[in-house]
Write a protein that binds this ligand. Structure first.
Ligand code: TYD
Length: 334
């Protein structure tokens, strides 16, 4: 089975490649990644000589590069390539439109043209917008509120339309917030962990009572594997754990795990248009496909913090160069 993982040098994509190579002998995995700031081949250094693995540098929004790969015959595409950070989408939305919309269009066209048997679109719970009470299921209306979530919603709509109009065999997935090893230190959990390891303060937006639902990366990989084998084409699947907590609770756990206290919290100006709460109903995935999360939040967080502690040089390289400029810009704007 020849699997094309787009965005395979990023956090989720690299975790998925590790998962596939660990669990299947008879796979050939092509990692197609443009190596933007969040893509890092170091994430895959342990498997770079594995004969089942190959890296190709390319942009999903570039028709020619996509055609070159897909025309050679692919059995499954898993599209992790995306711009994903909400704060960046507020400052510089353009890349989100290019990758999350035009890039998805380009992949769908290639799937149509070369008759790829299946493509999985990785998307987010954020397309449903802020959910003040109750849960979003797969039939809930899209109400994206940031350029990031709007671009993902547009990509998902394109997927749906390509299934209805052209019969493209696409499955959409909406996941809650991921965390785990290799996540770029701009998202809440890795940013706060890295700051605290350096005994720096952590910037809590607003009152810190915004609620997110969390999934450990390995649980997400298992869900994607199952959906790609047993899911119904043309449908969407929510992937959630039900573990919903305010950001301050996550922050306090990280303070404890790194030996810090509340004096390391800095309450900063809230994110513009900050979604107060996300909550997914993931019964369809559980009832129809029999998936259940296996890692508790406490265990997953402990594994994650341990990974960042033992991979300090990886963190240092991420935090140099382009990222450092971004970090500065973000804080000047507040
Ligand atoms: P983030 O990891 O950026 O994911 P998302 O916005 O996609 O949910 O943020 C998770 C939550 O943490 C979100 O409510 C914003 C908040 N947050 C902070 O309070 N401070 C920070 O520095 C960051 C990056 C996020």
């Amino acid at each position: 089975m020849k699997i094309l993982v787009t965005g395979g040098a990023g956090f989720m994509g690299s975790n998925m490649i590790h998962y596939l190579l660990k669990n299947y002998n008879d796979v050939e995995v092509i990692n197609f990644d443009f190596l933007t700031y969040a893509g890092n081949l170091e994430n895959l250094s342990d498997i770079q000589n594995d004969p089942r693995y190959r890296f190709i540098k390319g942009n999903i929004a570039d028709e020619k590069s996509v055609d070159d790969v897909v025309s050679k015959g692919i059995d499954l595409i898993i599209n992790y390539a995306a711009e994903t950070h909400v704060d960046r989408s507020i400052m510089e939305p353009r890349a989100f439109i290019d990758t999350n919309i035009y890039g998805v269009y380009t992949l769908l066209e290639a799937v149509k043209k070369y008759k790829v048997p299946r493509i999985i679109q990785i998307s987010t719970d954020e397309v449903y917008g802020a959910v003040m009470e109750g849960e979003s299921d797969e039939k809930s209306q899209f109400e994206p509120r940031s350029p990031y979530s709007a671009s993902k919603a547009a990509g998902d709509h394109l997927c749906h339309s390509y299934h209805v109009t052209f019969g493209v065999p696409v499955i959409m997935t909406h996941s809650v917030n991921f965390y785990g090893p290799f996540q770029f230190p701009e998202k809440l959990i890795p940013l706060f962990t890295c700051n605290l390891m350096d005994r720096k303060k952590v910037p809590v937006y607003g009152d810190g009572m915004q609620i997110r639902e969390w999934i450990f990366t390995e649980d997400h990989c298992r869900a994607i594997d199952l959906i790609s084998q047993k899911g119904n084409v043309g449908e969407a699947y929510n992937i959630g754990t039900g573990h919903r907590v305010p950001n301050l609770d996550v922050t306090r756990k990280l303070l404890e795990m790194t030996g810090c206290d509340d004096s390391h919290i800095e309450y900063v100006k809230d994110r513009v248009g900050h979604d107060r709460r996300y909550a997914l109903n993931s019964q369809k995935l559980r009832m129809e496909l029999g998936w259940e999360p296996q890692t508790s939040f406490d265990d997953g967080l402990a594994k994650t913090v341990e990974w960042y502690k033992t991979n300090q040089s990886w963190v240092n390289r991420c935090r140099s160069g382009e990222y450092a400029n971004y970090y500065e810009k973000q804080y000047i704007k507040r």
